[in-house]
Design a protein around this ligand. Structure first.
Ligand SMILES: Cc1cc2nc3c(=O)[nH]c(=O)nc-3n(C[C@H](O)[C@H](O)[C@H](O)COP(=O)(O)OP(=O)(O)OC[C@H]3O[C@@H](n4cnc5c(N)ncnc54)[C@H](O)[C@@H]3O)c2cc1C
Length: 598
């Protein structure tokens, strides 16, 4: 056992055990020190309260407010609007409950920050960084709260970036903020502040007749963890990953200084932020992104629903469809497939793919382009599926043409719900062309592990396999100045599984589902694609091979950038670059104080 952990478990105060100060420690800043920080930032310090506190007995109990919170609890925008609202909290320690419930359950902040700075610009961010450093308080960054990788922070001060919203700027052509830095990009660009979500950026780009490369979900933040972690989405196949689109960043460093990072200045930081992960190199205030003229889109929607609750035959059908993904991708299709099993419900495979069309659809050239695309889908998957329709499956397939990319995007909902307690377990893996086209036996074994038949192994009440056909195309083209996992450059599909733990088996049930996902499901994925890694933003936080899986061969270089820009480890997050040397002492729960291990 590490000495620090031993000391902590023996009750030695955090300050001696080289831990970050938490509210129960003597070293925690005094009320007057917090007040002084608050006045430095013009009253924008928030003392956080758990979201559903009004549902619990005691001070603040309010049944009417509790009902309102319950109604909105799974709404992503509701969570986003709170400084401590997370879509996938490490553990929700204050779920909305009926206040009269027996046993007086407790409600506390859990892994959420104790204080948040509602930052509106560089000065607020720099003040927060300085305060955390001077007072040995753990610092985290929160934007929308879509984090899946356990980057929340027990006992921390958080910089909340949601209200850093300088007006969006459209530049045609791109005009570098540093005029001495010549750019090869002659197209248009958009300057986006840290607080915007993709829905807003898409609408702004569309108003100017352009496509921005962003997330599949509208509510994901544009410039935070998404962009810095790589960022895939409905347009990445055509133009590259979102991080590939960044022309420059404006960043607050661990020193509190504000710098520009681009291909001329702070080039190592620029490269690290283009895919090396958020929350560890600095706090990004804004990014300038390439955008592309809009094009019409052909959409294909398919669903194959089993006519019984038995999933086994559907697994074989899904493997056959999946093996055709690379051919469809090479022909310009991109999008999302899903295989879903909810206990007691007939399982289903479905997908929505789009294909950018080179012309507006009015000429004979464009109608032949559409015919060609439809014929390919027919030959590759629909001919085979039509023979199955009514024989154990119900199959539906439709094609639709949209005049602009934004019309295509808006034809889907692209709004995910926040998780209700407990958060699902997630594991993921990259799949290249070979592992999809010529690997049916391994893919079948993988799907059987993800959707086990044996009742004793089915700990999850629902399982979703998301097949993100977001690679291929431009994603395969390596770019300079990037920290993108090299595995992305051969990836066609990012496969992700989500397992929803039962609600009635407490923390033990959650742990069981998470452990099973890591040990069985992730391993089955790794067996199917031995040499590839995964997307660091949508990965299993418990993956024992996290370093290689999330960063590939980039980790040691990224660590040197971390050392240069943040040698004292002011920014720290779970399994981010610079993670080693610190540990969260979680004890019997899933969160706890952050202590040095060396
Ligand atoms: C419902 C849902 C849908 C998703 N869809 C997609 C998708 O289509 N494509 C995709 O690529 N990913 C997707 N993701 C994953 C998403 O990219 C990551 O969870 C990402 O980290 C979210 O970033 P955020 O800033 O919105 O969220 P936050 O939770 O606020 O931030 C995540 C982390 O990023 C860091 N961070 C945030 N802002 C900054 C900043 N300004 N400077 C420095 N660090 C910062 C912090 O460490 C923070 O913990 C999805 C996630 C969810 C929950």
């Amino acid at each position: 056992m590490h000495l620090t952990k031993f000391m902590l478990l023996c009750g030695v105060p955090s300050v001696l055990a080289k831990c970050k100060c938490t509210p129960t420690d003597d070293c925690w800043p005094s009320t007057s020190e917090w007040e002084s920080l608050n006045s430095t930032i013009q009253g924008q310090l928030i003392a956080n309260e758990p979201l559903a506190k009004p549902c619990y007995a005691g001070f603040g109990n309010n049944p009417t407010q509790c009902q309102e919170i319950s109604n909105l609890y799974e709404d992503a925008s509701f969570r986003e609007a709170s400084p401590i609202g997370y879509m996938y909290p490490v553990l929700d320690t204050c779920v909305p409950i009926n206040g009269s419930i027996a046993g007086n359950p407790v409600c506390d902040l859990g892994s959420a920050s104790v204080y948040s700075i509602n930052a509106s610009g560089a000065a607020d961010v720099a003040a927060g960084v300085k305060f955390a450093k001077d007072n040995n308080v753990r610092l985290v960054v929160k934007n929308t709260g879509h984090d899946i990788r356990a980057r929340q922070g027990y006992g921390s001060l958080s910089i909340w970036t949601k209200h850093i919203r300088p007006e969006l700027q459209y530049q045609e052509p791109y005009s570098p903020s540093d005029s001495s830095c010549q750019s090869t990009w002659n197209g248009s660009a958009i300057v986006v502040g840290a607080g915007y979500i993709w829905d807003e950026v898409y609408a702004f780009a569309a108003k100017h007749g352009h496509i921005a490369v962003g997330g599949g979900d509208r509510t994901v933040g544009a410039v935070g963890g998404y962009l810095q972690g790589g960022g895939h989405g409905p347009a990445s196949h055509y133009f590259g990953l979102a991080a590939d689109q960044v022309l420059e960043f404006q960043v607050v460093l661990a020193t509190g200084d504000v710098v520009t990072a681009n291909a001329c200045q702070n080039v190592d930081l620029f490269s690290a932020l283009r895919g090396g992960g958020g929350g560890t190199f600095g706090i990004v205030l804004a990014a300038t992104l390439k955008v592309y003229p809009t094009q019409p889109v052909l959409k294909h929607s398919l669903s194959v629903t089993a006519l019984s609750t038995d999933i086994s035959a559907l697994l074989n059908v899904s493997v056959t469809i999946l093996s055709k993904y690379p051919t469809l991708s090479d022909a310009g299709f991109s999008g999302y497939g899903q295989l879903e099993r909810i206990l007691g419900v007939n399982p289903a495979y479905s997908h929505t793919f789009g294909k950018l069309l080179t012309s507006d659809g009015s000429s004979s050239n464009s109608s032949s382009e559409i015919d060609k695309a439809i014929n390919l889908v027919n030959e590759e998957i629909l001919d085979f599926l039509s023979s199955l329709n009514g024989t154990g499956f119900s199959v539906t397939s439709t094609f639709h043409k949209y005049d602009t990319f934004q019309d295509f995007f808006n034809s889907g909902s692209h709004n995910s719900n926040a998780s209700n307690n407990p958060s699902p377990a997630m594991v993921s893996r990259f799949f290249d062309k070979n592992s999809l086209s010529n690997n049916q036996q391994n893919l079948t074994a993988m799907l059987e592990a993800i959707f086990p038949q044996s009742a004793s192994q089915v700990q999850a009440i629902a399982t979703l396999l998301e097949l993100c056909l977001v690679g291929g195309g431009e994603v395969l083209n390596a770019q300079p100045h990037t920290a993108i996992h090299p595995g992305w450059r051969t990836t066609y599909v990012l496969a992700e599984t989500f397992d929803v733990p039962p609600t009635d088996r407490g923390l033990q049930g959650v742990r069981q589902v998470k452990d099973y996902a890591t040990s069985k499901k992730l391993n089955a994925m790794k067996d199917a694609t031995p040499i590839l890694g995964t997307y660091l933003n949508e990965a299993d936080p418990n993956d024992p091979d996290w370093k290689e899986a999330f960063y590939g061969n980039q980790y040691s270089w990224l660590e040197s950038v971390k050392q240069k820009y943040d040698p004292e480890g002011v920014f720290w997050c779970y399994r981010c670059v610079g993670y080693e040397g610190w540990e969260e002492i979680t004890g019997p729960t899933l969160y706890g104080p952050l202590c040095q291990t060396t």
